[in-house]
Design a protein around this ligand. Sequence first.
Ligand code: SF4
Length: 386
Amino acid sequence: MARAASPSKPVAKRATKKDSAKSAVKSEAGRDGRIVRSLAPWFAKNGRDLPWRTLPRQAFPSLVSELMLQQTQVSRVQEKFEPFLARFASVRALAEAPESDVMAAWSGLGYYRRARLLHACAKAIVRDHGGVIPGEIEKLEELPGIGRYTAGAIASIVFGERAAIVDGNVCRVLQRLEAKEGHAGNKKVADWAWKRAGQLVALTSRGEEVARFNEGLMELGATVCTPDGPKCGACPLRGECASYRQGLTDSIPAPKPRAKRTRVHHDVVIVHRRGRSGSIEYLLEQRPERGLWAGMWQPPASESPSESNLALGGLLTKIGLRNIGCDESGGPIESVFHTTHREVLFRAWSVRVPDAPSENGRRWVAKKALGGVGISNAHLQLIMRA
Ligand code: SF4
């Protein structure tokens, strides 16, 4: 006969599904807390010394650096950041400057649309906020050039708001931490990353901690959890990283499918003369307000989606320089320039003229002043090769 359990002994209670769920949530929260608590101090100790990382953070330099850093390497931004701030010391100074000055100061950073948006942003801040950069994410997102990421970065890093940020670096770190497959360009992955970043940021405290945590995520992606060969041995999150544990750091995230580049043909005439001071001057025209190298200056050119068989004479006629009276010419020199979305096939002629009027909005620019007029690297290289 089975013995009855003694009434004085406590009976062990079996864990219910509810209990297991509770403990899973608890352990997830514990892990998230460890991630936050590891990253903020790691950044304070290991963050690179960059000119816009002042203590405390200043709103206008942060705004400028965030716009400059979009799709541009930190080393290139480091070269341009301080001269830009020396030229435009405040939101108001930037708002009141002519666009040509802003473009010239941006020269060398590429993606000139950002310079226009930054200029428009400064004007909107002066017009709508009395020249003071707002700290609220909703107000920041209403400004030209400021998307969800930049608004989150300024709100958290400058104003200490608990706002999430996700850029390519952050997305890669989060994907590896959670062994989440896919690539950052995929909307589902991006949505997941914003949600995950939000869960982590919610565990930070307002002020310095959220700023350090967000910058730590970006910095970790830029310097340790790099796209190729992440330096897991130096990573403060190694103990929490699912990809590290499962040996998936090389396969997560998946490579982004390559965008197909559109091929375009640009026939260019580099017209130059000896200026009054004896220095060489180039005839430049401004590109259209939209599209590739929008609003930048270039030597007179003709563009076509297909290859043109025009010789120099025909080209000069086509671009309104038939009567330019060149006394020496050379070319064409052929070269290829790649942008993110385009393959530009150049044919460039060099034409020396005794003098020529600068008609149709064209202007003469001295060789030594070329760097200051807002000209693309591609056209600068063409001129230097001519
Ligand atoms: S352990 Fe390696 S893969 Fe994981 S977050 Fe750190 S650097 Fe990235």
